[in-house]
Design a protein around this ligand. Structure first.
Ligand SMILES: CC(C)(COP(=O)(O)OP(=O)(O)OC[C@H]1O[C@@H](n2cnc3c(N)ncnc32)[C@H](O)[C@@H]1OP(=O)(O)O)[C@@H](O)C(=O)NCCC(=O)NCCS
Length: 193
């Protein structure tokens, strides 16, 4: 199915491990302020590892003004006021990696340890299957051990590690880690693939 059809199921009501009731839905252009506030809450030290300059309101505005779910699908967990977590599915709509979805995830520091990252990544994996992707991957630097743990629990394994290969926003070099996992499409589950 195409991504627009897959997104018809949202918003979805979800309940966190602690019983907190929230909603899961794609980012909308009206989320600009909430998304900016979300990134402002991320400690400066951690923001260095984000690939974009998210402290710049224009960067956030540009994202919210140019939403294209087929290329980047940002999926949010929200309590109606705050963005509690954001995971994105990135697709290359052609080329060698057209069958691979890349997933990244970030959870608001006040809402960590409640299963939000797991819920979001699990949901995006299901979405990847529904739209026919065959593999999922995720990129890390060596210090992101919590995130590496989260993805390991969701059956991602380390595909490669390149020492001192990437630079953060402060131009400090880090080891680059690529994790990935296979996905089964609905047809394969049904034994037709
Ligand atoms: C990594 C991150 C996304 C986890 O979010 P979260 O919502 O707190 O994670 P969850 O509650 O779903 O927990 C998932 C797993 O993460 C790990 N984890 C969560 N909190 C942890 C902690 N305080 N210490 C160590 N591991 C922890 C555990 O393996 C946990 O599994 P468990 O619940 O079975 O113990 C969050 O810490 C974050 O946003 N970090 C910064 C951004 C980042 O590194 N992103 C990755 C780039 S792809």
């Amino acid at each position: 199915m195409d991504i627009e059809t897959a997104l018809e199921d949202y918003p979805k009501d979800i309940e966190l491990q602690d019983g907190c009731k929230c909603s899961m839905r794609p980012l909308q252009s009206s989320d600009q302020k909430a998304l900016f506030d979300f990134f402002q809450a991320i400690p400066e030290q951690e923001r260095m590892f984000i690939k974009h300059k998210v402290s710049n309101p224009e960067v956030i505005q540009n994202w919210c003004d140019n939403i294209d779910y087929a290329k980047i699908l940002p999926l949010l967990v929200t309590d109606g006021t705050h963005i509690m977590g954001n995971a994105s599915l990135h697709q290359q709509l052609g080329g060698w990696k057209r069958h691979i979805g890349r997933i990244s995830v970030l959870v608001h520091p006040d809402f960590r340890g409640r299963g939000i990252a797991k819920v979001l990544v699990t949901e995006l994996l299901e979405l990847c299957r529904n739209i026919g992707l065959e593999k999922a991957e995720a990129e890390f630097i060596e210090t992101q051990t919590r995130a590496i743990n989260t993805f390991s629990q969701l059956e991602f394994t380390k595909l490669l590690e390149l020492p001192d290969y990437v630079k953060d926003m402060q131009a400090i070099t880090h080891d680059y880690i690529l994790m990935g996992r296979e996905l089964k499409t609905d047809e394969e589950y049904a034994g037709m693939g």
